[in-house]
Design a binder for this molecule. Sequence first.
Ligand SMILES: Nc1ncnc2c1ncn2[C@@H]1O[C@H](COP(=O)(O)OP(=O)(O)OP(=O)(O)O)[C@@H](O)[C@H]1O
Length: 324
Amino acid sequence: MTTNPTTEFAVQARGLRRTYGKGSGAYEAVRGVDLDVRTGSITALLGTNGAGKTSTLEVIEGLAAPSGGTVRVLGLDPVADRAAVRRRTGVLLQRSGFSGDLTVRETLRLWGGTLSAPRPVDDMLAMLSLERRADTRVLSLSGGEARRVDLACTLMGDPELVVLDEPTTGLDPESRREVWHLVSALRERGATVLVTTHYLDEAEHLADRIEILHAGRIVRSGTPTQIAAGHPSRISFVRLPGRLAVPALPGVTDVAEEAGRTTLHTADLQRTLGELLSWAARHDVRLDGLDARSPSLESVFLAVADGRDPNPTTPSPILEGSHR
Ligand SMILES: Nc1ncnc2c1ncn2[C@@H]1O[C@H](COP(=O)(O)OP(=O)(O)OP(=O)(O)O)[C@@H](O)[C@H]1O
């Protein structure tokens, strides 16, 4: 790790906008994004397809200038100070541009040659568990192994800020876990990680803070727990037999019947569940397949994605103590 002075936020964006095209064909993919990525944290940027995640990351990486607003990366302007930012940043794009004809070792050597202070190739092979594939051509690797080569290149310059665009897409569950370990290890080393992912369990496990982007705007923002708070809990069971109906229960906001299951949403899981169970005991009813869940990131995300978000928040700057 270099000894540059650290800023409180590795990435800060205010009112960030990005428009593709001009005139009547112009399309605004990023519509005023405010983002604070605290130094030393892992922040996950989530969003539906086309929400604007890659468009936002490209501005942060200095690959494109914003059409509005400001962005600072490691305290610098990622476009004007591109060389300085690039030296201190590792970027994993969705698709790497490496030639598949080179071996893994040759690819790492070649990439290392573009960096001012690369870590040794053998260290990177060991870090990404690629030693046994070192002399294999990249085009013969599995998807997971090829992604690990991309990651090795991203991390080879020992970056302070690591930007990962969907690092685990296409990986099997075991490889995904390995990437999670690696990302957590980066934080232990003091690096800051900004990651996009379509896997909500990944974001929930890994991230200190989550930003949900929808149609070019940040619509939810906070720790996974903060994001889920205020969202309804869910109780479901196999539909009651015969003519029995679900009784009126405290806290329930809606009841739905689908594919032989009854699902209740409630603002007070403990009270609703308690009343449901005592009603079932009094009437000697068996609630087959009973499942009770607190709100999860997944339920919030799905609500945002299909426009049912009951609790849209105006994202606020990070407050002291909101960082896990
Ligand atoms: N070069 C481009 N020209 C015009 N429109 C573009 C261009 N690149 C992206 N877009 C549009 O901008 C919007 C945001 O795209 P972006 O790739 O940033 O979304 P994303 O959140 O990364 O999506 P995904 O999860 O599918 O990767 C989309 O509607 C996309 O079609």
